[in-house]
Ligand binder design. Structure first.
Ligand SMILES: [Zn+2]
Length: 378
């Protein structure tokens, strides 16, 4: 296609209107797949990619889109070295001021970049003191992997992962490498996970938590997540924050269902920390622990709080503060030791909301209602 466009533009140069060459640098208006208003409604249309620096390479301030040229788990060093990752071979044509992807891979890649940009801008808009480009010095090197090829399970079974998305941090001095994986689509309802803006922003929330909680905690030699139930509580909290962040990005509390309609992940459906959820977190339910279950309860509480006070911005801001405050709240930390359950997290959250007595009161009532035995004494 490129040779065709170049040839076409070459011919057009002799015409009075001239021909716009495709730019390679700076922000651009690009047609991508993004949500329209309404549950699970998506459309293809132009958006401004304001952090984009290189259209052809789909790279900019928040990362770069790559694809796997081979299985990234074949070589244990591949994710550190980036070996096996290639730039997506994008092709666009221009219509007015908008760049139109000329093939499906380009459309997918541009849509993936957009979803990560939304996460970055949303964080800054909700909590202006948190600019992730400052918090994460190598944010630009974030690797957003389209059609990621990786293996699940034990070595030997080697099933390739499909129908999933993932955030992964890899320690590689001097920085942490940040990966977003969009795996190939096999069997999802309606919206592939990499195109589901809510799912990708769920993943983006894991990046925020990594850099506002885990990394500062590790630097301060905090005992981050080394014992139950704190380990499981942390994992469930991470998932709950992520489910809520996905809602903030889409404004659709049922965004998860657009890809997996049978999962109990609709934020608008109230859920409880019942004895089954609590025994899973406390580690009494055997080896298997599903952090998404407790997370979904926490996310539904936050959704109801935002609905009750008519302001999800306040809730989102308090949760971004909560991520870092867990390291210092008296209910969750003592010296270098973290030890807490969801009741202790709720206390920390209520402290953050103390400047807004209406929000604090509403949050206290919801925690008392849904936290089960964790809510005693709030
Ligand atoms: Zn998650």
């Amino acid at each position: 296609m490129k040779w065709f466009i170049n040839f076409f533009c070459g011919v057009l140069l002799i015409l009075p209107l001239g021909c716009n060459q495709l730019p390679t640098t700076g922000p651009a208006t690009v047609s991508i797949i993004h949500p329209a208003s309404g549950h699970c409604k998506y459309t293809i249309g132009p958006v401004n990619l304001t952090t984009l620096e290189n259209l052809q390479k789909m790279s900019g301030k928040v990362g770069r889109v790559l694809h796997s040229s081979n299985n990234l788990d074949d070589n244990s060093n591949a994710l550190v070295s980036g070996e096996g990752l290639k730039s997506v071979d994008t092709e666009f044509f221009k219509s007015g001021n908008t760049f139109i992807p000329a093939n499906l891979d380009t459309l997918f890649a541009a849509s993936l970049y957009y979803s990560v940009e939304v996460g970055y801008l949303l964080t800054k808009q909700i909590e202006p003191s948190v600019d992730l480009a400052s918090v994460i010095p190598n944010l630009r090197d974030t690797r957003i992997v389209h059609r990621a090829i990786r293996s699940s399970g034990q070595l030997g079974s080697r099933a390739e992962i499909s129908d999933n998305a993932e955030y992964l941090s890899i320690r590689s001095s001097p920085y942490v490498l940040n990966y977003f994986f969009s795996y190939p689509t096999e069997e999802v309802k309606d919206i592939p996970l990499g195109l589901n803006l809510g799912i990708m922003n769920h993943e983006f929330s894991h990046l925020i938590f990594q850099h506002l909680f885990y990394e500062p905690g590790i630097k301060r030699n905090m005992d981050v997540g080394s014992s139950k139930p704190t380990t499981n509580t942390l994992a469930a909290l991470d998932e709950g924050l992520a489910d809520y962040f996905g809602f903030l990005a889409t404004q659709d509390p049922g965004y998860f269902l657009c890809s997996f309609p049978l999962e109990n992940r609709d934020l608008a459906r109230p859920k409880y920390f019942n004895s089954t959820v609590i025994s899973g977190i406390e580690g009494r339910a055997g080896e298997y622990f599903d952090s998404h279950e407790g997370g979904a309860v926490f996310a539904a509480i936050q959704y109801e709080l935002g609905q009750n006070i008519g302001n999800h911005q306040v809730v989102g801001q308090s949760l971004i503060k909560l991520m870092s405050n867990i390291l210092t709240c008296s209910s969750t930390s003592s010296g270098n030791t973290l030890n807490f359950n969801f009741g202790d997290i709720a206390k920390c959250h209520l402290g953050i909301l103390s400047s807004d007595s209406r929000a604090q009161q509403a949050a206290r009532q919801l925690y008392q209602k849904y936290l089960g035995s964790y809510g005693v004494g709030l």
